[in-house]
Design a protein around this ligand. Structure first.
Ligand code: COA
Length: 252
């Protein structure tokens, strides 16, 4: 249990709210665990829709970089809940709606590729800085992103980690709609209610047919093996130290 992830089940809609706004909802191991619990519980129970959102001005700044630094130094948690969360997202047949404002960094963007309906606010920016951190992309995004937006755009997003605007994310097919910031939460709720009103058995069966879960899981596991090696690299340690010291990393 952590206060930094709030869950609420109302009328078949499980809302999962990232609630660490002072750190741009950067995700700790404990937060990953809480989200994974929620999604696993929803998959096993009678939840009709999962709605993921974040408090404050950013959806999430991705993995907590202090925790990455600890892992790189060999003092991270024995059990990394991020892996459970990514598997839960890949495995769930419950439809997932995401409401994204401000920055969606790292897993904040790659998790959207597992969501079924993505709403962006006008100020949303999708950022995938894995290579800048001397890591590799995860959550099956090395498979899903090129499939979704084409190799050229995916390579550029991954290699440079430059922010992708809401307009481009919509045009490229990463999102369903862009709405004014003030309407994001209410619109996401409305979409979740529309999905929840559909015959749930049909929706979950459709979602299952639309996705090759075995393929996703094999990519997730392949990425994870390389990611774990990269996390221990001198380049990654330099990237995390640079973030903590608010300076540009030096890789040469
Ligand atoms: N891990 C830990 N803390 C983070 C964080 C992260 N991923 N992202 C932001 N924070 C913290 C900052 O250290 C800062 O803390 P402080 O107030 O104690 O100094 C606070 O959140 C606000 O962040 P700040 O950088 O001041 O906000 P910003 O609006 O200028 O920039 C981001 C927002 C998300 C662009 C920027 O914080 C950033 O690049 N974060 C790192 C993202 C990242 O690389 N994630 C890993 C992906 S794999």
């Amino acid at each position: 249990m952590t206060a930094e992830v709030k869950t609420e089940l109302v009328a078949g809609i499980l809302t999962v709210t990232l609630a660490r706004p002072d750190k741009k909802n950067a995700l700790t191991n404990e937060m990953y665990g809480a989200i994974a619990d929620a999604i696993e519980g929803a998959s096993a129970g009678n939840v009709r829709v999962i709605l993921v959102q974040g408090e404050g001005d950013s959806f999430t700044a991705g993995n907590d970089l202090g925790e990455f630094a600890a892992q790189a130094a060999g003092s991270g948690p024995a059990k990394r809940h991020v892996e459970r969360l990514i598997h839960a997202l890949a495995n769930t047949n419950v439809p997932v709606v995401a409401a994204v404002q401000g920055k969606a960094v790292g897993v904040g963007t790659t998790m959207l590729l597992h969501c079924d309906y993505v709403l962006l606010s006008e100020d949303a920016q999708l950022i995938t800085p894995f290579v800048n951190l001397a890591l590799v992309p995860e959550a099956a995004s090395t498979y899903l992103l090129p499939l979704r937006i084409g190799h050229a755009r995916a390579f550029e997003m991954f290699a440079f980690g430059a922010p992708v605007s809401a307009t481009n994310a919509l045009a490229w097919g990463i999102a369903n709609r862009v709405v004014p910031n003030a309407e994001l939460r209410s619109e996401a709720r409305r979409i979740a209610e529309m999905i929840a009103a559909k015959p749930s058995g049909s929706v979950t069966a459709m979602k299952q047919l639309m996705r090759d879960v075995a393929r996703l899981v094999s990519q997730i596991d392949a990425e994870r093996a390389i990611f774990s090696q990269r996390l221990q690299s001198a380049e990654a340690r330099e990237a995390f130290a640079a973030f903590a010291e608010k300076r540009t990393p030096k890789f040469h």
